[in-house]
Design a protein around this ligand. Sequence first.
Ligand code: A4P
Ligand code: MG
Length: 186
Amino acid sequence: MTQSAVTVDTPSASTAYIGIGSNLEHPLRQVLDARDALAALPGLRLSAFSPLYRNPALGPGRQPDYVNAVAVVETRLSPRDLLAALQAIETRHGRVRDGVRWTPRTLDLDILVYGDREIESEGLRVPHPRMGERAFVLRPLHDVAPDLDVPGLGPVAALLSAVSQSALISIDEAAMSGGDWDEQPP
Ligand code: A4P
Ligand code: MG
């Protein structure tokens, strides 16, 4: 009997950058819990987590401040499977999707960058289409990956230098200013 060669299609791991944001129900705790949830996901290894930044909400009406951060993961999950896993974490964190964009949320997990891929498909666009204008994304991304070249957009350092960071407060500074904002959102 001749033995046929078996080829196993094992994709190599890709590095992905996940944007994390919360402005409801104890945002700081939500973001730290999200870090634990990412670390526990099968098919993924959490390799770095940025400092956390408090900053004003971008969106309609009066909203509580956000806490934002970025996670670096090594994963064999496809971009679609990664998005599904992130959305499952959002749902477990009480995220309610009312169909209105940019409303307050307990937890938002966005795929910012997935390897060198550029994806334009129904329900998934990578790099995240609005990341290049957002200091609350670019600053923590630059903290964890200062040499990153964002596919289609360019070096993260150049993107960061083109936006104002004046509204970002690192969480340590916020804690020093003594506010109870994380317990009592406005
Ligand atoms: N989707 C497409 N591409 C992606 C991707 N790369 N990662 C789709 C994640 N999701 C992606 O998202 C809507 C749909 O986008 C999903 O069904 C998914 O298939 P969503 O999380 O349900 O809703 P959303 O987040 O309100 O929509 P959107 O337009 O993605 O919002 P943004 O642009 O993410 O903005 N202000 C501050 N300070 N900090 C923030 O983090 N975030 C937002 C949300 C607004 N204001 C903010 C912040
Ligand atoms: Mg989102």
